[in-house]
Design a protein around this ligand. Structure first.
Ligand SMILES: [Zn+2]
Length: 261
């Protein structure tokens, strides 16, 4: 009986643990994943994973291939333990490991955009959107231009959940290897609007390049373009991300296409 009870207890504890859904993780071999802080061993693992992923990213044949990176390809050079570690990140609350790249979708390529900044021209790499987003963006851009002679650029749009995972791993060292500290800057795979075509995330950039770095929220909010978006974007099917607890948005450039209702 004691054995049976402890087995049930263990199951409950496992069920409650953050990394519970990772069936491949072996507690004998892999340290528990703590989203707040990484142990020295986990920091070393993250560094090793980053080193192995760098050639995968650099080896993509095109910008489009990178945005549509599949998880199989990202995982190819990694050991079983490294893959289990990344699976634990994917399974964190706020992510959605079930979200994949939609199949059979005709992506629309957004190419040739250039921001004219005070430091010179800044070409924006290829972006992928869906046809409804392209049509809605063109209408929004036209309306804005008509009103005050300037439109917007699409600085960032679709990226696959696997590429999103890569971005997290790449950013972890910048935030002391803490997932908790990294997540305000980049969402978990499947949890980001940029990974989803049902509410595709678009990061707008002004024609003068505000904010190409996505780190100066106040600068973007000071743009007349931002005020125009607040008043008009909804007419074209774009909505701002709700800010938990109200307050000013941390990513005012980030909007998502939900269609007109
Ligand atoms: Zn965004």
């Amino acid at each position: 009986m004691r054995r049976a009870r402890s087995a049930i207890g263990a199951t409950l504890i496992t069920g409650l643990a953050l990394l519970a859904s990772c069936a491949t993780s072996d507690p004998e071999r892999i340290e528990s994943f703590d989203p707040r802080v990484s142990s020295p061993g986990q920091r070393a693992r993250i560094d090793a994973i980053r080193a192995q992923l760098a050639p995968v990213i650099a080896g993509q044949a095109s910008a489009e291939a990178l945005l549509l990176l599949e998880r199989d390809e990202l995982y190819r050079p990694l050991s079983t333990e490294d893959r289990a570690f990344l699976d634990e990140i994917r399974a964190q609350p706020g992510g959605d490991p079930e979200v994949g790249i939609p199949s059979g979708l005709a992506w629309v390529r957004v190419e040739g955009q250039v921001a004219h900044t005070s430091k010179g021209d800044h070409p924006i790499p290829l972006q992928l959107v869906t046809e409804p987003v392209r049509v809605a963006f063109d209408a929004l851009d036209r309306a804005m231009r008509k009103e005050f002679g300037r439109g917007l650029l699409i600085g960032s749009a679709y990226r696959s959940p696997a590429y999103q995972l890569y971005l997290i791993v790449e950013l972890l060292p910048r935030f002391d290897y803490s997932l908790q500290q990294t997540l305000p800057h980049v969402s978990l795979p499947g949890g980001s609007d940029h990974n989803r075509v049902d509410r595709l995330g678009i990061d707008f950039v002004s024609e003068s390049g505000v904010d190409l770095e996505y780190s100066h929220a106040a600068d973007f909010m000071a743009l007349p373009e931002y005020r125009w978006l607040l008043a008009n974007a909804g007419r074209f099917g774009f909505e701002a991300e709700p800010v938990p607890g109200g307050g000013p948005p941390t990513s005012p450039w980030h909007w998502r296409y939900v269609g007109t209702r």
